[in-house]
Design a protein around this ligand. Sequence first.
Ligand code: ADP
Ligand code: MG
Length: 477
Amino acid sequence: MDKKHDKVWQNCLSIIKDIVEWQHFKTWFEPIKPVELRDKILIIQVPSQFFYEYLEEHYVNLLAKTLKRELGKEARLEYRIMVDSGNDKNKPLTMDVPGHGFKTFSNNEMDFPLVVNNPVKNPFVIPGLKKMQIDSQLNPIYTFDSFIEGDCNRVARRAGKTVSEKPGTTSFNPLVVYGGVGLGKTHLVQAIGNEIKRLHSHKVVLYVSSEKFINQFQDHSRNNAINDFIHFYQMIDVLIVDDVQFFNRAEKSQDALFAIFNHLHQSGKQLILTSDKSPKDLEGVQERLLSRFRWGLSADIQLPDYETRMDILEKKMKNDGLEMPKEVVKYIAYNIQSNVRELEGALISLLAQSSLNKREIDLELAKKVLRNFIKTSSREITIETIQKMVCDYYNLPYERLLQKTRKREIVQARQITMFLAKQFTKNSLKTIGEHFGGRDHTTVIHSCQTVKDLMDTDGLFRESVVELQQKVQLAAM
Ligand code: ADP
Ligand code: MG
């Protein structure tokens, strides 16, 4: 039974051999390995994507005819494409693709359904997929012009410029931009994407967060449409994947990223990635992916120094048509050192306060408003500290807290953690969300609200939260 695929394929070959020129037969048919016969579907393994495309283009009629002779009207063909031949550590990676070309095969005298009608679905929901219609998912406000260069980001920014001019053809492929939260990674890679679109309008650019990529992959996987997913991504000329640290432990999604990465890189397409750590320090990501991340250039972004902070503030004020006394700008730049996002946050709060109270911005107001942003004498509590405390309290492994799951205990523990992070740290909702696997600020708002509501209605829940609040408070002293 198990050798049946061999037999079917041998019979096909014996016919093909007579029809196809010897040289061509040797090139295109000998390397094919039959691997499985699943009902009326013969699966053949081919050495590469190119091989598969060539067969589909040139030999689809022949394959269809011969296979139908063997298996009858229902016969179908599927390809298993070798993406990576693997080594002693990693299993070979393959992907299965239905014989798309079969659908163009029409022959009245033998109208058998070799048609595999399985069009590639665009996970970004643009109907009737055409290459140029893919929306880049870029935010046009992120440009090079608004991205201030300083010692902290010079290498990354210049590499980004080079990549924008010549996507896919420099040695900066992939370009990996890494650094802490709020330091401008997303801004920079989006600026690269926008610039490429400006300079090379025919290139298909796509920006995707890792979280979105993983979610899409899981949806497609549930619907048995992984090939659609991979095919879609293989059409992109410039693929930007933000925050790859979130691939941590998403094994299957990593396999998909690996297949897509290889295909794009081989075809001279540009890959741009960001991460909160250097590729060598990323945990929970397969070594074979990490080694590819290191093929190109990894450039870090550091905390901006005082001069850069001044430049960023001044640029931002200029863009928004704002004015304030120089001493106030200096005061902000001097005191807010954590990251650029908080720097912007401080500026915005100050503006809000001044317009709310119809009061000119001066140093006094700045001091008052920024009190909330500036580290005070007591020990600083970080989001990580709170996450660890909640995990200890509920006896949860740290990774579980960040996992995508609907399990109630975990969802609740996570909501409480966000609530406490909001209460006890000076981080913005956005920053808090990012510490929870890249969730967005609305999720954080919702979590805080849920915790407040539950505290009102559920006594036991309230007790736990209060106990945790006390623990955090103690840790801060
Ligand atoms: P990350 O992705 O590293 O967490 P973002 O790219 O989201 O950080 O940046 C946070 C905020 O700071 C954004 O509003 C961004 O525009 C701003 N920003 C960061 N770096 C710079 C810079 N060098 N010049 C101007 N704005 C910056
Ligand atoms: Mg970001």
